[in-house]
Design a protein around this ligand. Structure first.
Ligand SMILES: C[S@@+](CC[C@H](N)C(=O)[O-])C[C@H]1O[C@@H](n2cnc3c(N)ncnc32)[C@H](O)[C@@H]1O
Length: 381
């Protein structure tokens, strides 16, 4: 697997939505967009010492981390937060297929990263129809160089993608390659008749594509897919090891619940709706590796002040809960789950999102049935 054509074949074999992008995948050499040392999962791969393995990674359908910790050198035990990557090609294709790009469209991309997605767009549409915004100046410069090496020249600028790039507007298509919890109105204004595709969600469940169409100053759309993108650098919550979020364990409040933490952790629809109620805490299921089937579901506040755990043991109907901090995060998750149940356990496909100059709102089935009004209001802490 060491050539663009082999990558194309494997994407075709797994049914990736190649559509009009097959020629771009086969023609644009991904290796030109990758640094000397890349990271795939936990594996660090150097082109110098493992050239074959490096090339295999370049032409495999995997996400390749190209920067951690915003490019700062990381100490040996330091948490490595991925901060830029060359996204998994099949997920790039999924996003592009949702974007429904037409041959004469002008496209605004947010999050240039390596520049590969901009290159695919430029290959198909022509470089003058593609503008990409990257927040990291070093990466923006490198993405432009990578494109030049591939014979392409989409415009790549440094800035916060949340502002879009008004000088280049109007665009027919807007695609973000980092996740947002709020869709910026600038994107709506800059694509007045357009389509917006972006990874969307708060900390609890940032794993949906939002696909919105813009009409008369208002964007409206639905959710699909399960993409895992990095969050916007501008509104990025702190992340780290589990231990960085746990403190005062001996002071935790202990209760029990009849709501199975396993049921929550395995139900993407429940997670999506709980995530609407709980956008500022993330969840981490940790499964025991002793074959017992036990699992601990951690819920960890972005501000690191509160945490909760719920302990799943097979064969029981009461589960131990521990909570600490100014917020009771398990209770909040359970309340969000309760609202989801009261609504009749809707699928995520029934949820929708609207963005106007007043901000974004979430709804079920029709824009008039506002979802935020149905969710529990949070006590100020
Ligand atoms: C998954 S990577 C992008 C992948 C890229 N499109 C490619 O083809 O390689 C996400 C990128 O978004 C950038 N980013 C994060 N927040 C941003 C923001 N607010 N504005 C612009 N770029 C941002 C990151 O620096 C990172 O390079």
């Amino acid at each position: 697997m060491t050539s663009p054509v082999r990558l194309l074949e494997s994407l075709r074999a797994k049914g990736a939505p190649l559509g009009p992008w097959a020629d771009a995948v086969a023609s644009v050499r991904r290796e030109l967009f990758l640094p000397e040392v890349v990271e795939v999962g936990d594996e660090l791969i150097s082109r110098t010492t493992s050239p074959q393995r490096w090339l295999e990674a370049a032409y495999s359908d995997v996400s390749i981390t190209t920067q951690v910790n915003d490019g700062r050198p990381a100490g040996p035990d330091e948490y490595r937060l991925p901060t830029s990557s060359s996204s998994q090609p099949s997920v790039m294709l999924e996003a592009l297929s949702l974007l429904d790009v037409q041959p004469t469209d002008r496209v605004l991309e947010l999050g240039a990263g390596t520049g590969l997605n901009a290159a695919w767009l430029a290959h198909r549409l022509g470089s003058d129809r593609v503008l990409s915004v990257e927040v990291d100046p070093v990466l923006a410069g490198q993405a432009a160089k990578n494109n030049a090496a591939a014979g392409l020249s989409p415009r790549i600028v440094q800035g916060d993608g949340g502002q879009g790039w008004p000088e280049g507007a109007p665009y027919q298509r807007v695609i973000a390659t980092y996740a947002v919890d709020e869709i910026p109105y600038a994107w709506v204004e800059q694509a007045p008749q357009g389509r917006i595709v972006t990874p969307w969600g708060g900390s609890f469940f940032p794993y949906s594509f939002a696909v919105l169409d813009v009409h008369e100053g208002r964007a409206e759309g639905k959710f699909t897919g399960y993409p895992a993108f990095m969050r916007s650098r501008i509104r990025r919550p702190k992340r780290g090891y589990l231990d960085d979020f746990l403190h005062h364990r001996q002071d935790a409040e202990h209760t029990t619940t009849s709501l199975s933490p396993l049921t929550i952790a395995q139900d993407a629809d429940a997670l999506f709706y709980i995530g609407v109620a709980l956008p500022d805490a993330w969840h981490l299921p940790v499964t025991a590796d002793d074959g017992s089937g036990e699992m601990m579901l951690w819920i960890l506040a972005d501000d690191q002040r509160s945490w909760a755990s719920a302990d799943y043991t097979p064969g029981t109907d009461q589960y131990a809960v521990a909570q600490y901090g100014p917020r009771r995060l398990w209770d909040e998750a359970e309340a969000g789950h309760g609202v989801w149940e009261a609504l009749g356990r809707p699928t995520r496909a029934r949820a929708g999102i609207s963005v106007t100059e007043r901000g974004q709102s979430l709804w079920i089935d029709v824009p008039e049935s506002d979802l935020s009004a149905l969710l529990p209001s949070r006590q100020a802490t």
